[in-house]
Structure formats: C-alpha cells, structure tokens
Design a protein around this ligand. Sequence first.
Ligand SMILES: Cc1cc2nc3c(=O)[nH]c(=O)nc-3n(C[C@H](O)[C@H](O)[C@H](O)COP(=O)(O)O)c2cc1C
Length: 312
Amino acid sequence: MKAIEIKNNQIKFNKFIYALAPMAGVTDFAFRKICADFGADMVVSEMISLKALYNHSAITSKMLREDSSAIRCCQIFTHEADIIKPVFDAESFKNFDIIDLNCGCPAPKIVKNKDGCAMMSDLQNSKKVISALVENCHKPVSVKFRLGINGQENYLEFAKMCKECGVQFLTLHARTREQGYAGKVDKSAYKKLIDAVKIPVFWSGDIISIEDANFAKQIGCAGVMIGRAALGNPEIFSLLKGTTPPYSKKQAIINHLELLKTYFKTEKTLVAYFKKHLMWYVRASKNATQIKQEILHFENLAQIEELINNLD
Ligand SMILES: Cc1cc2nc3c(=O)[nH]c(=O)nc-3n(C[C@H](O)[C@H](O)[C@H](O)COP(=O)(O)O)c2cc1C
C-alpha cells in the first residue's frame, strides 16, 4: 500500500509520514531525490516565488525540476491572489503532486513584501490567496506556518481559516516569527492544533531522533518534516525509519554532485553552490574542522572531486 494516496485532489495518509522539510538554498531537486532514495516518503522543494513564475523568470522555472520517487510537494510563496490562476494554467507544476503555501518564512525581505509569515498578520488576504490556490492549482493544497507574528500567536485561528478554504493538511513550525530558529519549539502547540482543526497536521521543528518522531506520532501528527537534521545527512530518513540505507554517504555526495552538473550552467556557480552542501556532508568526518577550512578555499570542481575521492 502506498504511504500517501491522492484522488480528486484529496490526500489520504496510510501511514506515518517522514518528509524532507522545505529549505531555501538546500532542498534542490538533487537533494530531494537523494533523501527519497534514503526513505523520505514526501519531499518539499525550496520556496518558489509565484511572482517570478508569473513574470516568466527562467531561473525560477528551472527550480521546478523534480526527479524523486517520493510524493513531490512544491512550496510556493505569494500574497497575490490574482496571479495564481494564470501561473497554474501554464502547467508549470506538472511534476508535482501537492502545492504547499509558505506562510512561515521569517526573513525580513520576504516579510517586508507581505509574503511568508506576514500572511499570518492579514487573514483576510490570506483567505483570498488560499481559496484561489485551492480553486485553481488542480492539486491538493497544504499550508506551512508558524505560531504567529508581531507578538500575536494566532496559529489556531489561522489554521481554521485554512481548513475552511479546503486545505488538505497543515505543517506547523511551532516558533513565532520573532523567535526565528532560536530556542525550542512549543511542543504543546501541535496537539492543540490537531484538536482544533481535525485535518492532518505535520510536525516541523527540532526532530532529530526516533524518540522525537515517535512523540509526534503518539500525539496524533500525520507525519514529521525533517529540516536541519537532514543537512548533509540524507541517512536520517533510514535512521528514523529503521531501514537499510540504499548506499553510502560518499555515494550520496557523488550522486548529488553529478545531478547538479546537469543543472548549473557554469563550473563557477556549481562550485560556489556545492561547497555549502559539502561543508554539511563532511561535518561528522574525522578532521572535519581542517577539511572545512580546505573547502572554503576551493575554486574548481577538480578540488571538490579529489576531496570526495579521499573520503572514507
Ligand atoms: C536553511 C533553511 C532554509 C529554510 N527554508 C525554508 C523554506 O524555504 N520554506 C519553509 O517553509 N521553511 C523553511 N525553513 C524552515 C524549515 O522547513 C523548518 O520548518 C525549520 O527549520 C524547523 O525544522 P528543523 O528543526 O527540522 O530544522 C528553512 C530552514 C532552514 C534551516
């Protein structure tokens, strides 16, 4: 039986879901494919600007590549209801199964533009945007959000509005916008949310162990999204699910790089981008501090490939 079934834009979760959380600048198509290989049941893209797609940005369109074997969720951000229909009429999202709306990004440049977590401070407009998305995107819609913004914790009210609009599931990162990524998530918020909306809820925030995932399962979450614990560590999915990894970390790094070679146009942009992933991949290596210093100074692919060859 499939972990997730989708029929007539309705989602049915047949078991507890382990998902790769959306991470801008991290969950590229190659990393999503690798996490799916290691057992992620669902993978979520980096957040994609709907406005950029509306304006026919070639760079943003390229981000819609999807090669993974998991359930494929594309996260978008917008605060403009009227650009939704034209973008989705263009079939740009044909590679994805689910559309997720970002209502949780705390970054100043996003919030200043009324996107991300700012959506939680204007429920009237959010309702218009989410309704337009449900009506026009031809796929099930989910929403990811935080506890609140500007000192107001209105996540329950916000979630009820999402449900009324026809959203299929919700993902809560139980910190406020002001908290950013600091401190711990408010563990009590997830159960309150489940009780309030009675639609599937995903737990996002601080999941790093089997015990964490089991706690989310016990309180009734539909699944967990893994963010920072997956950085340079796609094996986390095998670990959490108790399955045998399909290949080694070294092979994961090689696969990631090979796939990205088919994506970036120049060696310079590929090297600049992959160095960040490589730093995460080597975090647990012997001499990690020294290796990371070396990576900082890398300027070409040959240096990256030599380092990968020399890894255990
Ligand atoms: C580098 C980075 C980028 C992120 N980008 C996004 C994003 O594009 N969309 C989103 O909804 N959340 C984003 N997040 C938040 C994560 O999806 C997740 O909710 C948060 O990191 C808490 O989960 P964790 O403790 O498992 O990392 C990002 C987090 C990190 C660390």
